[in-house]
Write a protein that binds this ligand. Sequence first.
Ligand SMILES: Cc1cc2nc3c(=O)[nH]c(=O)nc-3n(C[C@H](O)[C@H](O)[C@H](O)COP(=O)(O)OP(=O)(O)OC[C@H]3O[C@@H](n4cnc5c(N)ncnc54)[C@H](O)[C@@H]3O)c2cc1C
Length: 534
Amino acid sequence: MTFGADKGVLELKADVLILGGGPAGTWAALAAAAKGASVVLADKGYCGSSGATAPSGTGVWYVEPDRELREKAKASRYTLGGQLAEDRWMDRVLDRTYENMNRLGVSGYPFPVDEYGRQHRRGLQGPEYMRLMRKLVKKAGVRILDHSPALELLADEHGVGGASGVRTQSGGTWKVTAGAVVIATGGCAFLSKALGCNVLTGDGLLLAAEAGASMSGMEFSNAYAICPTFSTVTKTAYYSYASFYYEDGSVVEGAGSKKGRSVIARNLLAGRQVYAKLDQAPEDLQPLLRVAQTNFFLPFDRLGINPFKDAFPVTLRLEGTVRGTGGIRITDENCGTGVPGLYAAGDAATRELICGGFTGGGSHNAAWAMSSGSFAGEGAADYALSLGARAAGRNPSGLSSSTLTAHEGDRGYQNRTAEYISAVQDEVKPYDINLFRTEAGLTASLDRLDQLWEELRGGEVALTAHGLKRREAAAMTATARWMYASALARTETRGMHKREDYKALDDSQHYRLVSGGLDDIWVSPEAVKESALL
Ligand SMILES: Cc1cc2nc3c(=O)[nH]c(=O)nc-3n(C[C@H](O)[C@H](O)[C@H](O)COP(=O)(O)OP(=O)(O)OC[C@H]3O[C@@H](n4cnc5c(N)ncnc54)[C@H](O)[C@@H]3O)c2cc1C
């Protein structure tokens, strides 16, 4: 690794560059380093406290290698996900998740212990988990660049060969030339302020598309989480203990955290505030719930609300692809993207391979993040190390679809960025466009998003923290366009994709939808491998 001569630019060389330092990125870094590769990891925030997992407790798809238990686990979401998952991938992810969770156990993760001294390895507390992952990554010799979002990938005739970005705290820019790059930048929650998710703006999806990769399952991107109106904590699992009420105390029939979210959405759309109370939680469980998710209770405690006894107003906060399943298309078992030197993992990649068109988080995403991260890290290291002499003297150039410039925009430029961000939010947040989908609603929205893309595409992006915001606006717009183009193409209801004008599942559409393109968006079907579960 070397430093560049220019004081403002940090220039490094590595075999593997990882973009994103959540679970997927840190597992990728560990796997690549274990193969003997030199590794740099760049994160938009601080690796260890940034991203969706860091502030949350997450359930993990950890299943003993017992044939019957594994078959049951595989079947559990198969139908819910529209039968788009594949046996081979579910098996691989179950195996690798089991292995990685056990590794965490021996590396010092404080799993709870039962009266027989056995560790319970079904979940992870985000802060403990990510603190340990940072420690393990550093111990493995990985160079971490915190507060260093990637703005563009670099490529030459051999394929993707690095990335560059800005350093939001120290100022200046960074550039890493690498034999292979893993995109692990998480999903896209459209700056909806869901806790841990405001760094997740679809950047990796745009970077991948600019390099020629495609997306898959982008119609499965409309996750909304139940959340108090006064809080950003979107821990939906606790609402399985909730009853829902109107202001006058009468019950909202059919509302619930699993199947009844649309009932809540329809009431909110009609201007009727919905209230929740966790009054179904047994009294002896309540102290445990507090310990398991302390940050869930903080906003209540601050306002003097007892959520087990007092009704509180709720809303549905957009989590987009974070607890959806769409993302960068995976083309091989190493989580390659079909572009030489480019790999994808975690929420940035499609999770259809293990849970089809539905997840809701709840164990599969966490398992996918740690497994796909490991697969991608290994694949990227093998690829980079196989380049041999071809790796020396590479001088790859930037792939950004907008011009990156050293000039900081004036106040007007910055205000326009804020306008672009709220314009894309106006298309993806409304329940009557994104949750209750119709041909008319999606088409009109897509037209507006196309115009927005044209404007963003023509503009310049400053190599500063502000320029990052402009790139985020572009990434969110691109993500929304793949989402809605795919949603229009799927003329049925499957998984979390719900069409008001095609309410039933259509067996003839039992395929995945691959999408891509920047100026012109395309969508095409891709066959799903036959499953023994069918
Ligand atoms: C409230 C909540 C609860 C959840 N509970 C569960 C659960 O119980 N079980 C489950 O399976 N899943 C759950 N999930 C989903 C789970 O958290 C995610 O699947 C997981 O965090 C994905 O890991 P990741 O590394 O891909 O992304 P993240 O953890 O989101 O990390 C992405 C990282 O990329 C960085 N980044 C973003 N853009 C850039 C850029 N341009 N350059 C460099 N770095 C960048 C971010 O700063 C971040 O650190 C939950 C999600 C939420 C929001």
